[in-house]
Structures are given as C-alpha cells and as structure tokens.
Design a protein around this ligand. Structure first.
Ligand SMILES: O=C(O)CCC(=O)C(=O)O
Ligand SMILES: [Fe+2]
Length: 155
C-alpha cells in the first residue's frame, strides 16, 4: 500500500509541475472500520462528514457500499463499489501543500441497507517530523491561503 500511495502521489505531483515530484516523504498507518451491524430501511450515517488528515487515503469498500463524496456544490455523490477498485481521496496535507488546488475531499459513509459493511482505509502521510512549505506560487500565480510552514507530527 505504501508503494501504491507513493505511485499515486507521484502521478498527482506530476500534474502539479516537475519540481513537486522529488518532494514527498513516507509514513503509514491504517485502520479498519466496522459500522453498526444492521440498520433500518432508511439511510443511516455510519461515518459522518469529514476530510482525512492524510496526504492521500486509499479506500477499499465491499459490495455494501455507502461511501459518498461531497461535490463543490454540496451534493452527495455515491461512490458505487466496484470489484477490484480502490478509491483514492486527497487528504488535508495534500490540500495544504498545494494550497487548495487539489481539494481535500469531504466524504462520509451512509448505510442504505442491512448487512455488515467492511471497508479498509490506508492513510498515507508524509514522514513524521518533516516540515514542508506550501507553494507560494502555482503556475506563475501568487497564492493566497495557507502559506505557513507545516510540521507533520503525532499528538
Ligand atoms: O469506510 C469507508 O469507506 C471510508 C472510511 C473513511 O473515510 C475514513 O476512515 O476516513
Ligand atoms: Fe475518511
């Protein structure tokens, strides 16, 4: 998963410009989710709206599905489960690093039918204790927003 995350980040960085490609670090942790075992007919929020603190998150969800992402307009879009498919979320670190050019995705999990849902999320961050400097300029334009140096740590 670390290698996959690195490959994803590299591709994302390539899209942002050449100098970005050499500037990424590694750190990993992962967790499993096991939301409530059964739900009523109506939709239940299994995991409330949030963004991930990671650089990128790789998510596997089983056929029960339920993962939704919020569009810029605030509309919830179903991420339909598909066999052999992983979902990649842009996280807060990536958002801050490129000062919002790639948006940290607001997402949630809703349960629409009964059954045990299984999902696995892999959160890939920069190396702990690394400091990074969000871009001051992007494609020649000065950036307003988060331009402070950021420190990756565990609290
Ligand atoms: O369970 C999922 O599909 C997503 C989990 C998630 O968004 C998270 O753990 O941050
Ligand atoms: Fe998440």
């Amino acid at each position: 998963m670390t290698e996959l995350s690195k490959a994803i980040v590299q591709v994302v960085l390539m899209s942002l410009g050449k100098e970005f490609q050499s500037k990424f670090y590694e750190f990993e942790f992962s967790k499993c989710h096991s939301p409530p075992e059964s739900v009523e007919e109506k939709q239940v929020e299994g995991l409330g709206m949030h963004t991930d603190m990671s650089c990128v998150t790789i998510v596997y969800q089983d056929e029960i599905g339920g993962l939704q992402v919020r569009s810029k307009e605030g509309k919830w879009i179903d991420i339909n489960p598909s066999e052999d498919t992983l979902v990649v979320n842009i996280g807060d670190l990536m958002h801050a690093w490129n000062t919002g050019k790639l948006r940290s995705s607001e997402h949630r999990v809703v349960l629409k039918r009964n059954g045990n849902r299984f999902s696995l999320a892999f959160f890939w961050c920069f190396e702990v204790r690394k400091t990074f400097q969000p871009r001051m300029k992007l494609w020649g334009k000065k950036i307003t927003g988060c331009t402070r140096r950021l420190f990756v740590g565990i609290i």
